[in-house]
Design a protein around this ligand. Structure first.
Ligand SMILES: Cc1cc2nc3c(=O)[nH]c(=O)nc-3n(C[C@H](O)[C@H](O)[C@H](O)COP(=O)(O)OP(=O)(O)OC[C@H]3O[C@@H](n4cnc5c(N)ncnc54)[C@H](O)[C@@H]3O)c2cc1C
Ligand SMILES: *[C@@H]1O[C@H](CO)[C@@H](O)[C@H](O)[C@H]1NC(C)=O
Ligand SMILES: *[C@@H]1O[C@H](CO)[C@@H](O)[C@H](O)[C@H]1NC(C)=O
Ligand SMILES: *[C@@H]1O[C@H](CO)[C@@H](O)[C@H](O)[C@H]1NC(C)=O
Ligand SMILES: *[C@@H]1O[C@H](CO)[C@@H](O)[C@H](O)[C@H]1NC(C)=O
Ligand SMILES: *[C@@H]1O[C@H](CO)[C@@H](O)[C@H](O)[C@H]1NC(C)=O
Ligand SMILES: *[C@@H]1O[C@H](CO)[C@@H](O)[C@H](O)[C@H]1NC(C)=O
Length: 615
């Protein structure tokens, strides 16, 4: 008989008292395979912990189990300290997915990081907290999902949020942000000195400033917030913020992977009866199974359970129970590009932490003491723009390309994106481009090697991302080895519009950098270099450098079944009565923002729907 590790939720949450003493030693008990729960949540990630916590509060008499493949890491500096952002990528906390070779990118492979730790990707992401425009959330309702509009989403996002930077005189919004929610968001207190050039440069580019960027119109330039607890400048994420608010009816199983959801035929619909773990153990769910395994893992989990397109399941040797060809499809992301500049010597770059151990030690001590430190830093300078402000009169060419691509692909998602480009009501009001300053070197070439005279120098990087790419990729169970990592195809710049758009975004980054006062802070363009100039050269640059902004969504889309939907507007998987998906994969159309804010909102709304159904 096998015993899985089982931990009581209260056992490993330090400083939080749910039942009795604050600093209880880890309490483990044998897991009894006969035990069952009313609700099982598969994946203790961003959405999973949020939905499980709210269910535990809203249904205090129900038992809830969260099963998470990764460990809990509350004392991990690389997760907690904002300035260590990125350091967990490729480590044991990362699923580290890799794509199939991308022919349109010279056969490059894209690495897609996803958190494998309690908290999921909210534990390893780059902490950015912002929102898209209200029309983009409204589009989810227009695509056939009653209730999924800005009004309801802003309410749900506010429930997740404690935004405290509104007290500063330069945030003018008075509504449309939350102050009571678990996730703390603040505008970073550490700003590199050269970042002061950001807003004046956009002033000179005739881009308006936006001082109410959480309020449903995100266009313009601004300093945005990060998921940081301002009391100690640590990362604010689902595991440490939501779970401590749960009751003792919530249990968590760590380091345990679910292999499939068990389904039982009940006439016209299947009932989810529980889950089978990778080790073969079965845990029963009396009421519901909630899949919150993320955009790259939820579809393969459904496919392993017999839900998906027949050809794919046959290939992998899985018996099809529910014919749902949309599973794993409609994958959207924000393709991004970046250009880096070598700073003048008198500006202190974030790179200094990596090349100057004395400085790093000093800054680490300052961080520990709660003093202003470079380790507080996470990107805070943004500009979300419409095409006319990026392109001027060249916008028309790009829109023509979009029309051709939309006609070829002819699906509800791309057709909606085309409306935003062509209808004067929206074109201009919805952001199509994002620019952000990420201090320090980022890119493909790598920081200069020790023997390079530029070693030790400081760099700063401007990123750009395409907000509504027309490319739609997929993720599926691996056809040759069902137990292997899924087959992931982001299909970046696989159409004319996306390529043209990324070329224009690259050129605009150069324009930002060469506009005063930003132009006064750097001595050279490090990557690519100032010789890259023609459209053909920029295209080559895009093929070699385009990458993910780590925002994959859409693979279990909330859409009508005939449009490729996987879940209905109650997030119930078609063909089942009690199997839901609650995570980024249900987003039918990717919005112009970093998505975690919306994903917490989705979890909040899902909990209301689920507890409403069982109360
Ligand atoms: C490097 C990086 C940077 C990012 N930067 C930002 C940012 O700055 N701002 C922003 O808004 N967004 C950012 N994102 C995106 C954002 O973090 C994600 O979109 C979001 O966290 C996804 O939430 P989720 O609940 O869908 O999935 P996740 O949070 O990934 O949760 C899925 C969970 O399920 C678990 N799991 C998967 N399969 C199984 C299984 N079979 N059994 C048990 N457990 C399983 C996983 O281990 C994981 O914990 C970033 C993402 C990454 C990776
Ligand atoms: C993650 O994937 C990359 C390839 O994209 C590989 O180089 C790296 O070693 C992997 N990391 C881990 C921890 O497996
Ligand atoms: C916002 O206000 C703070 C303090 O009042 C100031 O330090 C900061 O520079 C301001 N930021 C912007 C973007 O104006
Ligand atoms: C919200 O954040 C502020 C600033 O850190 C803090 O003072 C306040 O207690 C927080 N509110 C809640 C409900 O946690
Ligand atoms: C930061 O402070 C919060 C609120 O006091 C606390 O719950 C949390 O454990 C602290 N984080 C770390 C890593 O010390
Ligand atoms: C850095 O030096 C330049 C002159 O080379 C000067 O214009 C600028 O103000 C200086 N910046 C800082 C932060 O000292
Ligand atoms: C597009 O953005 C620019 C720059 O912020 C702004 O001035 C303009 O009004 C926007 N266009 C429309 C139609 O809203």
């Amino acid at each position: 008989m096998t015993f899985a590790r089982f931990l009581l939720a209260v056992a490993f949450l330090p400083l939080v008292s749910l039942v009795g003493t604050a600093c209880a030693a880890p309490l483990e008990r044998e897991y009894d395979a006969a035990e069952s729960y009313e609700f099982i949540v598969v994946g203790g990630g961003t959405a999973g912990n949020a939905v499980a916590t709210r269910l535990s509060q809203q249904l205090p008499d129900s038992s809830i189990l969260v099963i998470e493949a990764g460990p809990f890491a509350p004392d991990e500096d690389r997760i907690n300290i904002p300035g260590f952002k990125g350091s967990t990528l490729g480590t044991k906390y990362d699923w580290n997915f890799t794509s199939i070779a991308q022919p349109q990118l010279n056969n490059r492979v894209i690495t897609q990081s996803r958190g494998k730790v309690l908290g999921g990707s909210s534990a390893i992401n780059l902490l950015i907290w912002d929102r898209a425009s209200k029309w983009e959330y409204d589009s989810w309702e227009q695509l056939g999902n009653p209730g999924w509009n800005w009004k309801n989403m802003i309410g749900a996002m506010n429930n997740a949020e404690n935004f405290s930077s509104y007290e500063r005189s330069n945030y003018t919004g008075t509504t449309d942000f939350g102050t009571e929610g678990p996730i703390n968001a603040v505008v970073n207190k550490y700003m590199p000195m050269h970042q002061d050039m950001w807003l004046p440069t956009f002033d000179n580019l005739d881009v308006e400033r936006n001082t109410d960027w959480l309020g449903g119109d995100n266009t313009g330039s601004a300093y945005h917030s990060s998921t940081i607890d301002p009391s100690n400048y640590t990362r604010s994420y689902s595991a440490v913020e939501y779970l401590p608010r749960a009751g003792s009816n919530l249990k968590i199983m760590l380091d345990t992977e679910v292999a499939k959801v068990n389904l039982e035929n009940n006439g016209d619909r299947y009932i989810a009866t529980g889950v089978t773990l990778l080790n073969g153990n079965v845990i029963n769910a009396e009421k519901e199974v909630i899949v919150s395994s993320g955009t790259l893992k939820s579809p393969p989990l459904l496919e392993h359970s017999g839900i998906g397109r027949k050809a794919i399941l046959d290939c992998a040797g899985v018996e099809q129970l529910i014919d749902l060809p949309g599973v794993g499809e409609n994958l959207q992301d924000h393709p991004r590009i970046q250009i880096s500049y070598q700073l003048k010597d008198n500006y202190t770059s974030f790179d200094k932490l990596k090349v100057d151990p004395d400085y790093a030690a000093e800054q680490y001590t300052l961080w520990k003491q709660g003093e202003l430190s470079a380790y507080d830093y996470a990107a805070s300078a943004y500009s979300y723009q419409n095409w006319s402000s990026v392109l001027g009169d060249k916008e028309a060419d790009l829109v023509e390309a979009a029309k051709r691509v939309a006609a070829e692909t002819n699906n509800v998602v791309n057709n909606k994106k085309l409306i935003w480009l062509t209808d004067p009501l929206f074109s201009g009001a919805i952001a199509e481009a994002e620019f952000l300053l990420s201090d320090g070197y980022s890119g493909n070439k790598g920081y200069p090697k020790k023997e390079d005279p530029r070693y030790g120098k400081g760099f700063t990087t401007i990123f750009a991302a395409l907000m509504h790419a027309f490319a739609r990729g997929y993720v599926h169970i691996n056809p040759t080895d069902a137990s292997a990592k899924p087959e992931y195809n982001p299909a970046f710049v696989s159409n004319e519009y996306d390529m043209k758009a990324l070329v224009e975004l690259s050129k605009y980054i150069r324009k930002i950098a060469t506009t005063a006062p930003f132009s006064e802070i750097w001595v050279d363009e490090y990557e690519p270099n100032l010789e890259v100039d023609t459209d053909a050269e920029w295209e080559d640059f895009v093929r070699k450098n385009v990458n993910t902004f780590y925002h994959p969504v859409g693979t279990c889309s909330m859409l009508p079944r005939e449009d490729g939907g996987v879940v209905d507007s109650m997030l119930t998987v078609y063909g089942t009565s009690n199997l839901r998906v609650v995570d980024a994969s249900i987003i039918p159309l990717l919005v112009s923002a970093h998505p975690q804010t919306a994903i917490y909102g989705i979890a909040e709304r899902a909990a209301e729907a689920i507890s409403g159904a069982w109360r």
